[in-house]
Design a binder for this molecule. Structure first.
Ligand code: C2O
Ligand code: CU
Length: 494
């Protein structure tokens, strides 16, 4: 019998105390809002939260131990001939693809060689709370020059990603794909393209852009609007949009053979850009979003907000084709080549016909049969009103700018309905940590998601099985909106 890997946390007593104090402090605002006066927040490394990890371990007795080293450091990176100062994982833009099987005991030794504190968040994974990488909520930030071992079991297969969760570091290059395979369901495709989309600054850092946004008195640029996004398309115009770290002038090339079935895993890792993605001369069949299966739908293009993922399968034709991710409403695009045969590469500014119609959104998707949340009356309904404006540059939830917040409280075992209402003129890709909710629909057909675009004026309800105790942040995945405070805590109490 192989020895069961240790699931214990490698926390020093001092760290544990500091974390405890942090949580108590953050929990204070919440204590006032809990009516029975006796409930207290379930801490990230409490027995209840650990029990979740232990149950996962029992569910996957054959999980192998998989270890990675991940080093974050300042590096110079060549982006289409421009030498850019960046912060990277393992010297790569994007970071290395981390690939594991569902149920594996994953240990990632994170070495922070940045000149700043950092953390790593495993976006979309129903992880145990203490490993979620949210500074001051689930762990103390990891100081410059030190290490931390992340230790978790990914319980669901699919397309995920990882990134720093410390303010405005992500846009410097700290993101990468995390793919969870299911060894019990062999791949039914011949080739795979992992497509990490990002927006890229040159000569400015995200904190400088944030300062400009906060001090500027100008209105949102009028040309940055998009009907598909229901209004403002973003706050920042970027000099470049990238596919796998490469700009249109020096594109990534994906290779396949004619007739092959290819799975395209699209991940939007950008800070402020939604993309409309199409493959020239092909239709795509969308099969998954945010890791979870949907009833397959054919489409020419998909609209993907920051933090979202879409998997699509494509049957390849013979030739060279443009994979275009239009920076929605921003008049520019990211571009890569897909080559299956001879031919001249298309121009990087090409606009394939497939981009013209309505892009696929969650409204077009139903959860696959096995992925549906059973319909159930919510035990509790929680409201998150998204507010704010460009001028002044303020973004908040329920009239509070994080780190000020009143937690949305839930008890383990409840079915929670978390309702996001967008009162602003801009879309917000809202993300909840630690859970894959269902977009709320009376018939239970709503797709499972961890990040969802909420359009201006829209109210979008999500249904959550509260089965992962701890303290979970929910926030806008626009990194500037998060930095301004558009976040709150989905807090388990007992
Ligand atoms: Cu992708 Cu809170 O993050
Ligand atoms: Cu936002």
């Amino acid at each position: 019998m192989p020895r069961r890997p240790e699931l214990d946390v490698q926390l020093s007593r001092r760290q544990a105390l500091r974390l405890g104090a942090g949580v108590a402090l953050l929990g204070f605002a919440g204590a006032c809002s809990i009516t029975d006066g006796t409930a207290s927040a379930v801490e990230p490394d409490s027995p209840q939260a650990r029990a979740f990890a232990e149950a996962k371990a029992r569910q996957f007795p054959l999980g192998k131990r998989v270890e990675f080293d991940l080093r974050a450091a300042p590096e110079e990176v060549d982006v289409g001939g421009a030498r850019c100062a960046a912060w990277l994982y393992d010297g790569q833009l994007p970071g290395p693809i981390l690939r594991v099987n569902v149920g594996d005991r994953v240990r990632v030794l994170f070495r922070n060689r940045l000149p700043a504190e950092s953390t790593v968040h495993w976006h979309g994974i129903a992880i145990r709370n203490y490993m979620d990488g949210v500074p001051d909520v689930t762990q103390p930030p990891i100081p410059a020059g030190s290490e931390f071992t992340y230790d978790f079991i990914p319980p669901d297969p699919g397309t995920y990603w990882y990134h720093t969760h410390v303010d405005l570091q992500r846009g410097r290059g700290l993101y990468g794909a995390l793919i969870v395979d299911d060894p019990g369901a062999p791949a039914d495709w011949d080739a795979e393209f992992v497509v990490v989309l990002s927006d890229w600054l040159i000569g400015r850092t995200p904190p400088q852009v944030f300062d400009d946004l906060r001090s500027s008195t100008t209105e949102a640029t009028p040309e940055m609007t998009s009907p598909a996004l229901g209004g403002d398309a973003g706050d920042v115009v970027y000099p470049m949009y990238l596919v796998n770290g490469k700009p249109p002038v020096d594109p990534t090339t994906f290779m396949a053979r004619p007739g092959q079935h290819v799975v395209v895993r699209i991940i939007n890792a950008s800070d402020d850009t939604a993309f409309r993605v199409a493959l020239g001369d092909h239709r795509m069949t969308v099969t998954h979003t945010d890791g979870f299966p949907v009833e397959p739908v054919d489409t020419d293009s998909v609209l993907i907000g920051m933090g979202e993922r879409y998997d699509a399968t494509v049957v390849m034709r013979d030739g060279v084709f443009p994979l275009v991710a239009k920076a929605e409403g921003k008049g520019a695009q990211a571009f890569a080549l897909v080559r299956t045969g001879a031919g001249c590469p298309p121009n990087p500014t090409v606009a394939p016909d497939e981009l013209r119609g309505q892009p696929l959104t969650i409204a077009d998707l139903n959860a696959a049969e096995g992925a549906r949340l059973p319909t159930r009356e919510p035990d509790t309904t929680l409201l998150a009103t998204l507010g704010g404006s460009m001028d002044p540059y303020n973004w908040m939830i329920n009239d509070q700018a994080y780190p000020e917040y009143t937690p949305l409280t839930v008890r383990e075992g409840q079915r929670a309905r978390l309702v996001y209402t967008n009162t602003t003129a801009m879309y917000h890709p809202i993300h909840l940590h630690g859970h894959t909710f269902a977009v709320s629909r009376a018939d239970g057909s709503g797709p499972r998601k961890d990040t969802v675009i909420v359009l201006p004026g829209q109210t979008l309800a999500t249904d959550i099985e509260a089965n992962n105790p701890g303290q979970w942040i929910t926030h806008c995945h626009n990194d500037y909106h998060l930095a301004a405070g558009m976040a709150t805590i989905f807090s388990y109490v007992s």
